[in-house]
Design a protein around this ligand. Structure first.
Ligand code: ASP
Ligand code: MG
Length: 458
């Protein structure tokens, strides 16, 4: 379905999304207001909840005793009141926020009796409802004309609470009816992340879903650009905390950004930008604290993409090596292994094989099981029945991300020459022309990233 093609031409209009840190407090909201007011083409503003609020609301929705409830409610109230205290028209807005805080308290009481995914979504939606009401007030105080809009009027979704998917055709029709005409009147301030199902129940698009909201609205309204304002001035060649000389990337293709995210770069999740990119709408990423610093444009295709684009580092990797003489001239051994891994819900990242062994890497970030490992006893028992199993932990994955990497001569020397003094445990090269992955000892990982960066990027 080509959603964008039939829309009215809003070619100069921009949608701006501000994340939690950009609406965290009064000062942050004012910085964000500066950005909105400095570009008359910004016609729709999508906001996250003030930083910290969503987590507090989720805790309340999980059900807790009265003391804990009061403590959490007070934290929510303190964050929002700190903003209200700076507003001239404090009385009116305080009343509105109080009404929402009352709702939150009622929902928290219900959650203490019985939790549900629907209740959680209803609860967390209050974060975005509050931040948008406050932001309209901040703009009003600066004599700017804006209007508050409940995004649930247009963001129709299915009823998968917590990770709802938008119904695109309805979103488009409703947005054209209810949102489009407002764009010429004044700036529309609306909520990211939240939606409504067919029965009128509040849903959410999944954590961090505000970027997705912005990209979806840009697509259905056929806008010219999505500006994502966050706390970092764009996407970098690698994590600047590891490599201070990392450079900002001015323009990057969507595929490259997606590749970076896959390998652990802490950038916004590109999948959420897909609606904009598939509609040919560029996405800008910048810092609301330092808009003058510029940012990165994510678009469908870039001219002259560089051979080396970025380095990503993923820690906490485990290497599993499986040996079996049964593999010699046999069939179905890999199928058996992967069937076992599937049964234990384990996803494999890299794989190399030789005649009688196969090596696999697993990402153990945030995992459970014995020793914080994914390798539960049940899994190890099943694998050991089939073959000899070796486990190496505390490894890291360094991914070199680029373009047409499999078509270049001398690449091996360039990379491995630079890494002469390091032990490289495993290499994955050739499956994708966009990346080369190295599995290295966790302790060497940062030094390897620095060495590669200075050799390939500086
Ligand atoms: N407030 C929501 C969250 O924290 C959505 C967002 O920030 O994008 O996940
Ligand atoms: Mg966020």
């Amino acid at each position: 379905m080509n959603i964008a093609a039939s829309s009215t031409d809003n070619h100069q209009y921009v949608i701006a999304k501000f994340g939690g840190t950009s609406v965290a407090n009064f000062e942050a909201m004012n910085n964000s207001a500066n950005i909105v007011l400095s570009n008359p083409n910004v016609r729709v503003v999508v906001l996250s909840a003030s930083a910290g609020i969503t987590n507090l609301l989720i805790e309340l929705a999980e059900g807790c005793d009265a003391d804990k409830r009061n403590e959490l409610l007070k934290k929510v109230k303190d964050i929002q009141y700190a903003i209200i205290d700076n507003l001239q028209t404090a009385d009116v807005i305080r009343e509105e926020i109080n009404r929402l805080l009352d709702n939150i308290a009622h929902l928290a009481d219900s959650a203490a009796l019985a939790t549900s995914d629907a209740l959680t979504d209803e609860m967390v939606s209050h974060g975005e409802l509050m931040s948008t009401l406050l932001f309209v007030e901040v703009l009003r105080q600066r004599n700017a004309n804006s209007q508050w809009f409940d995004v649930r009027k247009v963001m129709r979704t299915n009823d998968s609470f917590g990770r709802a998917e938008p119904e695109l055709a309805q979103l488009k029709a409703l947005s054209e009816q209810q949102l489009m005409p407002r764009l010429t009147e004044s700036v529309v301030i609306t909520q990211g992340f939240i939606g409504r199902d067919e029965k009128g129940r509040t849903t959410t698009l999944g954590r961090g879903g505000s970027d997705y909201t912005a990209a979806l609205l840009a697509e259905v309204l056929n806008l010219s650009r999505v500006d994502i304002w966050t706390d970092v001035p764009g996407i970098y060649t690698t994590d600047p905390r590891v490599v201070p000389s990392a450079q900002r990337i001015d323009e990057i293709a969507f595929d490259e950004a997606a590749e970076m995210a896959t390998f652990g770069a802490k950038i916004l999740h590109p999948a959420t930008l897909l609606p904009a990119v598939r509609a040919g709408i560029p996405v800008f990423v910048g810092s609301s604290k330092a808009p003058e610093a510029g940012g990165t444009i994510v678009c469908d295709k870039t001219t002259n993409p560089p051979q080396f684009r970025a380095l990503a580092l993923r820690r906490k990797q485990t290497l599993l090596t499986l040996h079996s003489l049964k593999m010699l001239h046999a069939r179905g051994f890999l199928a058996e292994i992967f069937t076992i891994l599937l049964r234990h819900n384990i996803s494999v990242d890299l794989i190399t094989t030789s005649e009688v062994s196969v090596a696999l890497t697993l990402d153990t970030t945030g995992s459970t099981g014995t020793n914080g490992s994914l390798l539960t006893n049940a899994l190890m028992t099943e694998l050991s029945a089939l073959c000899r199993v070796e486990v190496e932990e505390d490894l890291a994955l360094v991914a070199i991300i680029g373009n047409e990497l499999s078509q270049v001569n001398g690449l091996g020397r360039q990379i491995f020459g630079a890494l002469e003094s390091f032990n490289i445990r495993m290499i994955s090269y050739g499956a994708s022309s966009h990346n080369i992955c190295l599995l290295v000892p966790g302790n060497d990982a940062e030094e390897i990233v620095r060495t590669l960066h200075s050799n390939l990027f500086e």
